[in-house]
Design a protein around this ligand. Structure first.
Ligand SMILES: Nc1ccn([C@@H]2O[C@H](COP(=O)(O)OP(=O)(O)OP(=O)(O)O)[C@@H](O)[C@H]2O)c(=O)n1
Ligand SMILES: C/C(=C\CO)CCC[C@H](C)CCC[C@H](C)CCCC(C)C
Length: 450
C-alpha cells in the first residue's frame, strides 16, 4: 500500500461544480480503465474532498492498519480526522465492487452485501450533486456562495442531501398510506400500523446514504461528558449521526407544533383520524365483551375529526425514540440502536396488527385505555421482532457497520425480544417509550463490548 498524490487537473473542477458529474465520471473511468479503477477513484476523492488516498494491493485488499496510515496524508488536523474513516472504508469496499465493472451492473442480482452498500453510497454521492445542481444553475450568488461553503465540507453536504432525501421519502410514504386509507382501499387502522411498522426500518435502510462518520463512532455521545457544550453541539451538527437524527427530530417538531395547535398539518390530521378509527375498533370489540354504550357514542364522534393532541402521544414518542437511538447508537458498531428500533416498530406494530385480528385468549391483566393484549399478539411480537432483528443485524454486519455477526448475536437477540415483549405487555405508559427504552438498557447489558 502507498499513498497516491497528484496535482489537480482542469477536469477536477467539474467534480467540484457538480458532484453528480463526478460520480458519472467515476463510472466511466472505471469502465475505461478497469485495472486502474482503484487509483482513479482515490484520485477523484482526493481532489473533490481534499484528502489523502491509498493504492491497495493487487487483490484490492486494504490492510487492516489502513486507517492509521491514512492519518499521515491529511492536511490539517481536523481534515485528517474527518477523512480517516471515509478513506479506509471506501477502499475496503472497493476491492469487491469497483474493479472490473460498473457497480450498478448486476447489483440487483448480487447477493454480495458490500455491493448493495456501495450502490447506496454511490447513490448518496449522486444525490449531493443532483440536489446542488439547481442551486448552481439558479445563478444566485448567495446560493452559490453558501453552497461552496458547504461543499468545502463535502461530507456534510452529502449527509444533508441524504437527510433531505429521507425527509422527502417520509413525506411520500405517509402520504401514500394516508391516500390509500382515505380513498377506502385499506382500513385506517391498517394504514397507521403499516406506517408504524415500516417507516423506521425503511429509514434505517437509507443510512448508507450518509457519509462515513466524520467524527469517530461513539465520540459524539461521549462528547457529552468530554467536551464543552458548544464543542459537543458543533460535533453533533457535523456528524453523520447528528444529521441523520435530524430527520425524525424535524418530524417530532412538526408533530409537536401541530399537536399544540400552533400549525395546521395534514400529517397530524391523518394520524389523528387513524387513531380515532383504531380506538373505535378497540371499543367496538370491547363492547362485544360487555363494554358500556357510552364509550361507543363518545367514540363515534371522534372518528369524524380525530383528536389532534393524539400527535403529542404515540407518533411523537415514536419520532423522539428514533431521534435518540439514531443519535446515540447510529448504524454501529453496537447493534443496540438498531435492535431497539426494530422492537418498537416491528414487535409492537405486528402485535397490534395481528393481535387484534387473530382471536386468541387475552392475558389476565388489568386493561389500560380500553385495550387488552392477547397471547397471540405477544407471540407475534416475539416471532416478528426476532426475525426482523436478525435480518437487520445480518444486513448491517454484512455492510460492515455492526461488528457482531448474526450467529453470535442470535441468542441475545432472542432474550432481548422476550424482555421487550414482556415490557410491552405489562409496563404502564406508551409502548413507543417503554419498549425502545428498555431495549436500549437491556441491549447495553447484553452487548457490553459492542
Ligand atoms: N401484545 C399485544 C398488543 C396488542 N394487541 C392488540 O392491539 C390492540 C391495541 O394495542 P395497544 O398497544 O394498546 O395500542 P395503542 O398503544 O393504543 O396504539 P398506538 O401505539 O398506535 O397508539 C389491543 O387492543 C389488542 O387487541 C394484542 O392483542 N396483543
Ligand atoms: C403512527 C405511528 C406511531 C404511533 O404508534 C408512526 C408515526 C410515523 C411518523 C410520523 C413518521 C416517522 C418517519 C421516520 C422517522 C422516517 C421515515 C423515512 C423513510 C425514508 C420512509
Amino acid at each position: 500500500m502507498r499513498l497516491v498524490h497528484r496535482r489537480a487537473r482542469p477536469g477536477d473542477s467539474v467534480c467540484f461544480v457538480w458532484p453528480a458529474l463526478g460520480t458519472l465520471r467515476r463510472y466511466l473511468d472505471v469502465a475505461q480503465h478497469p485495472t486502474n479503477a482503484t487509483q482513479t477513484i482515490a484520485v477523484w476523492r482526493r481532489r473533490c474532498w481534499g484528502s489523502c488516498c491509498f493504492q491497495p494491493d493487487n487483490r484490492g485488499q486494504v490492510p487492516r492498519n489502513a486507517q492509521r496510515h491514512c492519518t499521515r496524508g491529511g492536511q490539517d488536523n481536523e481534515t485528517r480526522s474527518r477523512f480517516t474513516g471515509w478513506h479506509a472504508h471506501e477502499l475496503e469496499v472497493k476491492g469487491s465492487v469497483w474493479q472490473r465493472r460498473l457497480p450498478s451492473v448486476g447489483v440487483f442480482a448480487s447477493r454480495d452485501a458490500s455491493r448493495w452498500r456501495q450502490y447506496l453510497e454511490t447513490l448518496g454521492a449522486a444525490l449531493v450533486g443532483t440536489l446542488s445542481a439547481p442551486c448552481y444553475a439558479s445563478g444566485s450568488t448567495v446560493a452559490r456562495e453558501s453552497l461552496q461553503v458547504v461543499h468545502g465540507n463535502a461530507l456534510v453536504t452529502r449527509d444533508l442531501a441524504a437527510a433531505v432525501f429521507a425527509l422527502i421519502g417520509s413525506y411520500a410514504w405517509l402520504k401514500i398510506w394516508d391516500w390509500l386509507a382515505t380513498n377506502g382501499y385499506i382500513e385506517s387502522t391498517l394504514s397507521r400500523k403499516i406506517v408504524h411498522i415500516t417507516s423506521v426500518p425503511l429509514f434505517m435502510l437509507s443510512w448508507p446514504l450518509f457519509a462515513e462518520n466524520h467524527v469517530a463512532a461513539g465520540a459524539v455521545p461521549a462528547g457529552v461528558s468530554l467536551q464543552s457544550w458548544s464543542t459537543f453541539l458543533s460535533m453533533a451538527a457535523r456528524s453523520s449521526q447528528g444529521i441523520a437524527a435530524m430527520v425524525p427530530a424535524i418530524l417530532s417538531v412538526r408533530l409537536l407544533l401541530a399537536g399544540l395547535g400552533l400549525s395546521q398539518d395534514t400529517l397530524v390530521n391523518a394520524l389523528a383520524r387513524q387513531k380515532a378509527a383504531m380506538q373505535k375498533w378497540i371499543r367496538e370489540h370491547a363492547d362485544e365483551d360487555g363494554a358500556s354504550e357510552q364509550s361507543m357514542t363518545a367514540n363515534a364522534s371522534m372518528v369524524v375529526q380525530g383528536d389532534r393532541s393524539e400527535a403529542l402521544k404515540g407518533p411523537l414518542y415514536y419520532c423522539l425514540a428514533t431521534t435518540v437511538c439514531t443519535f446515540l447508537f447510529w448504524r454501529g458498531p453496537s447493534p443496540v440502536g438498531i435492535l431497539a428500533l426494530i422492537q418498537m416498530c416491528v414487535g409492537d406494530g405486528m402485535a397490534d396488527l395481528i393481535g387484534r385480528r387473530w382471536r386468541t385468549p387475552k392475558w389476565p391483566l388489568p386493561r389500560g385505555g380500553g385495550s387488552q393484549k392477547t397471547i397471540g399478539g405477544t407471540t407475534v411480537f416475539i416471532v416478528s421482532a426476532f426475525l426482523v432483528s436478525c435480518l437487520y443485524i445480518a444486513i448491517f454486519h454484512a455492510w460492515g457497520y455492526v461488528d457482531i455477526g448474526i450467529a453470535a448475536a442470535a441468542a441475545r437477540i432472542a432474550m432481548l425480544t422476550v424482555c421487550c415483549a414482556v415490557v410491552e405487555l405489562v409496563a404502564p405508559g406508551d409502548d413507543n417509550i417503554t419498549v425502545p427504552l428498555s431495549a436500549c438498557l437491556i441491549g447495553s447489558l447484553l452487548f457490553p463490548g459492542n
